[in-house]
Design a binder for this molecule. Structure first.
Ligand code: COA
Ligand code: AMP
Length: 641
């Protein structure tokens, strides 16, 4: 790579991390408070590929909350909660945050939670969800947040894998068109799961009251006010830097979600590095990440990174459009004095669709706003160019995965903005040695497409393993290309070292920035009694990037109306995976296109659906099957043969 010719400090910093990773990361670790500072940055001998800061000891909540609350930032706002769906705004100072978290941690401790225990959090975007995450971190417990758009079955799978002592949930989440009652979903999930938590702490929201189960469920507000009245506060428990801070489940190719483990030391060091160097944000400034705490982006940039860095974080319970209009983000940016906004390209597309000329931007005072960062899916050059035009500020695409826990590549604003190339996610961050490999695992020359792989070891902050399974970690990520982590993204690196991410090499699709497994949806369709076989593909969508489309072949003896079965299939995916899957299209076809060896030709089906040129595969078993797919799509106004 020829990044030495790039402007700014980037090349020098990236090279320093490559030359002497020990010195680089021990220096970066100085941004944190440690109860026992690390003397070594990396131990190559433990875990599937090594562990970071093996002899360090610290507490994440102390670093994110207490050191600010006990210091100069006590009166500074830590969290600005803005909820257009409930008409609420709240400002919570670091001092108040410390009180809330220390008290809630005492409640959790009272319910038996200790260091290393798992706690599942199933909550909407309310301040209490952040208190919950931080209270777990305070006790050295491991939180596992489950996104509210998942159905009971998905929650049950996570309960069985994480085996939490306690579940923290709210009575409901609020979507613009409806109130989503979480408690019945939680009750159903606990019913389905083999593992039963000892207790559930339920936050009753005024929009919907939950019925509590005697002996198991506790009322959040009552428990917290009793603890506060008794003056109960839990102290921060020091943990090993290699201990898990959280487990976050993400779609795997088998349909069984993977529990991505995040270790405390590596995560905090990496996040602390990014705030000034990648995002160009200073302590005391306001950072607004318009994601959800159920996703990795929310864990990192709504909660831990801004708080670690002594920033004010914005907690936004609303949508980019419809709450009430396409100016919502700009209003929040103006009112909170946000300097850096982070969102998904799909949100930008939604705003652009409603406000193509960007007129709503001018309604607000954006004088403090400096940059917009995008991630979660490919940022289409049209939307990036549109945002640059209407905002007149850097719009920076950056690439990462739940597994990595912080960006793999981006344009490091804090080190000096590099030339922007639309469609590219720019250059690798320190510690990420990114290469493009061919199918045999050999690096390819610049400009050649292949699988994007990261040479081991991964930098701090990336997953050290999968929950409870070093073996699955090795098999999923490290076995394909020995010596590398396989990102399962395809892409290309150009002669300047810029990385372009083109799409997944597995069955993961990205729907409105949400990562979903088509394999998981196929499993749901296949379990319908009338379905003989099925295939789900991601079809290009102008708003959501991709949406799933399922093709089903009915069993020979089925005499019912196909349309009725298709409706049942749509409802079944919503019921078993959740509304977030956005599964609205099930199409009945006489047969699935397959190769002579029986492999379903999903890639060709996708090309047809996306209106892309395609050729009849030489190995096809029955060519009429592809024509039937085209005809069925055309009938619904999608793609065509
Ligand atoms: N709890 C319950 N249901 C939820 C939910 C939650 N937290 N989040 C989404 N859903 C539901 C929605 O209500 C919708 O249900 P519906 O089928 O009844 O309409 C469904 O899940 C699909 O949601 P979504 O894909 O978000 O579509 P949308 O039409 O509601 O909104 C956008 C479209 C573009 C505004 C929205 O997808 C968005 O803001 N995306 C940004 C994603 C993001 O930040 N990703 C993080 C990665 S960086
Ligand atoms: P998630 O684990 O939900 O963060 O999803 C990770 C996947 O999203 C990656 O493997 C990519 O396929 C995709 N992705 C994330 N950010 C980008 C980006 N900036 N450009 C292209 N794809 C991206």
């Amino acid at each position: 790579m020829t990044s030495a010719s790039l402007p700014g400090r980037y090349s020098e910093v990236y090279a320093a991390a490559g030359r002497d990773p020990e010195a680089f990361w021990l220096e970066a670790a100085r941004a944190l408070d440690w109860s026992r500072p690390p003397t070594r940055a990396f131990d190559p001998g433990s875990g599937p590929y090594g562990r970071w800061f093996p002899d360090g000891e610290l507490n994440a909540c102390h670093n994110a909350v207490d050191r600010h609350a006990d210091g100069a930032r006590r009166e500074q706002v830590a969290i600005r909660y803005d909820s257009p769906v409930t008409g609420t705004k709240r400002a919570i100072t670091y001092g108040q945050l410390q009180d809330e978290v220390a008290t809630l941690a005492a409640v959790l401790a009272d319910l038996g939670v200790t260091k290393g225990d798992r706690v599942v959090i199933y909550m909407p975007m309310v301040p209490e969800a952040l208190y919950a995450m931080l209270a777990c971190a305070r006790l050295g417990a491991v939180h596992s947040v489950v996104f509210g758009g998942f159905a009971a079955n998905e929650l049950a799978v996570r309960l069985d894998d994480a085996r939490p002592k306690l579940v923290l949930a709210a009575s409901c989440g609020i979507e613009p068109a409806r109130t989503v009652a979480y408690k019945p979903l939680l009750d159903a999930a606990i019913g389905l799961a083999s593992h039963k938590p000892d207790a559930c702490l339920i936050l009753q929201r005024p929009q919907c009251a939950a019925t509590l189960v005697d002996g198991r469920d506790r009322d959040w507000a009552e428990a917290v006010s009793a603890a506060a009245a008794a003056g109960q506060r839990a102290a921060c428990v020091p943990v090993a830097a290699t201990d898990p801070l959280y487990v976050l489940y993400t779609s795997g190719t088998t349909g069984k979600p993977k529990g991505v483990v995040r270790d405390v030391g590596g995560q905090l060091v990496a996040l602390a590095w990014t705030m000034p160097n990648l995002y160009g944000v200073a302590p005391g400034e306001t950072y607004f990440c318009a994601s959800d705490i159920g996703w990795v982006v929310g864990h990192c940039y709504i909660v831990y990174a801004p708080l670690l860095h002594g920033c004010t974080t914005v907690l936004y319970e609303g949508k980019p459009v419809g709450t009430p209009d396409a100016g919502a983000f700009w209003r929040v940016v103006a009112e909170t004095g946000t300097v850096c906004l982070f969102t998904a390209p799909t949100a930008l597309r939604a705003i652009k669709k409603e406000d193509p000329r960007g007129e709503r931007v001018a309604d607000h005072d954006l004088s403090r706003f400096r940059s917009l960062f995008l991630a979660g899916e490919r940022a289409d050059p049209d939307s990036v160019a549109w945002a640059e035009r209407v905002l007149d500020r850097p719009v920076i695409d950056h690439w990462w995965q739940t597994e990595t826990g912080w960006p793999i590549a981006g344009n490091p604003l804090g080190l000096g903005l590099l030339p922007v190339k639309h469609g590219s996610t720019c250059v690798p961050m320190p510690g990420y040695r990114v290469e493009i490999l061919d199918e045999g695992g050999k690096p390819v020359p610049a400009g050649t497409m292949g699988t994007i792989a990261i040479r081991l070891p991964l930098p701090p902050g990336c997953l050290p393993t999968l929950w409870g399974s070093d073996e699955r970690m090795r098999a999923s990520y490290l076995a394909t290309f020995p010596g590398y982590y396989d990102t399962s993204d395809a892409g290309v690196i150009d002669a300047d070292g810029y990385i372009t991410v083109l799409g997944r090499t597995d069955d993961i699709i990205n729907v409105a920035g949400h990562r979903l497994s088509t394999g998981g949806m196929e499993a749901v369709l296949a379990s319908h009694p009338d379905v003989a076989e099925c295939a789900v593909i991601g079809v290009r969508d102008t708003l959501k990037g991709e949406v799933p489309c399922g093709f089903v072949v009915l069993k020979a003896n089925v005499a019912r109306e196909a349309a009725e079965i298709e409706r049942e299939l749509v409802a079944k995916v919503r019921d078993e995976i959740g509304p977030v899957a956005a599964f609205k299209l099930a199409l009945t076809v006489p047969r699935l296109p397959k190769t002579r060896s029986g492999k379903i030709l999903r890639a060709t089906m996708k090309r047809i659906a996306d209106h892309e040129p395609w050729t009849m595969p030489a190995t096809i078993d029955d060519a009429t099957a592809l024509d039937e797919i085209g005809a069925s799509l055309e009938q619904r106004g999608i793609g065509g043969a």
